[in-house]
Design a binder for this molecule. Structure first.
Ligand code: SAM
Length: 275
């Protein structure tokens, strides 16, 4: 596998492209070979795997994925970086399908609709990681996701019930995926160094992945808007059509109606939604 560019080489390349990293596009490029190797290793990339990548940037992860023989679907918003990727001499072990555009419009980076088996490997632009994840959760389910994320977002995604970070995104994500690995990643692995901490997260699809219907997602989000309030009183005040069913179900499960939403575990949310 080719090594990523060093900080000096990255700076020189950016200069030759006449490009300054754009902060609000989260342009913190990977410069650490171990992290690139680790990402590929935990993603268990095999030849012919279909892999979605968001934001190829200078092509570091993309190269490694292609080296491993993957069929990569990648989307880049920055026109200059997309042009750079198009001009790169890339490994011919795999195949690159590059889309220039916004991952919020094309969360699956142009993956053909008839491809049902795919993985996601990405060093995500931190500003879009939560809304992009919401789109992924509501679309076709990947086999796994190996993601570099802002530490705070990773904590919210994998949070357990009863913790401050536990929220609707934790429920929607963990109903479909199990967290198999999570590593803190030092700022020195990126150029430029991000202002926030980073985590590498590996999520595997559950044996019985559950996708919440849209209307249930709305109710759950509403319940978490007032997370300090009791579930019973929030449900009684809500005009959502399922509130009576959920109140009955909580009673049936002997869950005190004074319980707060953040204390209810994933499996109970799934049972409520399935009712
Ligand atoms: N994959 C490269 C790496 O690991 O070095 C770059 C990762 S960098 C954290 C994020 C990349 O996502 C940048 O190339 C940025 O231009 C791109 N990007 C930011 N927002 C985007 C969006 N909404 N849609 C697609 N790409 C985006």
């Amino acid at each position: 596998m080719s090594s990523p560019l060093s900080p000096t080489e990255t700076r020189a390349l950016l200069e030759s492209l006449g490009h300054r990293p754009v902060k609000n596009l989260g342009q913190n490029f990977l410069i650490d070979g171990n992290i690139v190797r680790k990402s590929l290793e935990i993603a268990k990339i095999e030849p012919s795997d279909n892999v979605i990548e968001v934001g190829p940037g200078l092509g570091t992860l993309t190269q490694a994925l292609l080296d491993a023989g993957a069929n990569v679907y990648s989307i880049e918003k920055d026109r200059r970086l997309a042009e750079h990727i198009r001009k790169m001499e890339l490994s011919s072990n795999g195949q690159l399908n590059l889309l220039e555009g916004d991952a919020m419009d094309f969360p699956l980076a142009g993956l053909p609709a008839d491809v049902s088996h795919f993985k996601i490997v990405a060093n995500l632009p931190y500003a879009i990681s939560t809304p992009w994840m919401e789109s992924i959760i509501n679309g076709p389910t990947p086999q796994s996701m190996t993601l570099m994320l802002q530490k705070e977002a990773a904590q919210r995604f994998v949070a357990a019930s009863g913790t401050k970070q536990f929220g609707s995104i934790s429920i929607f994500l963990q109903a479909a995926f199990e967290v198999s690995q999570s590593h803190n990643v030092a700022g020195s692995c990126f150029y430029p160094k991000p202002d926030v901490g980073s985590s590498l997260l590996h999520l595997k699809v559950r044996k019985d992945p559950y996708k919440f219907p849209k209307s249930d997602r709305t109710l759950i989000r509403d319940l978490f808007k007032q997370r300090r309030k009791q579930m019973g009183s929030l449900l009684r005040k809500s005009s959502h059509p399922k509130t009576n069913e959920w109140l009955k179900m909580l009673n049936g499960l002997s869950i005190d109606l004074k319980t707060r939403s953040e204390q209810i575990g994933i499996d109970t949310w799934i049972r409520l939604s399935r009712s």
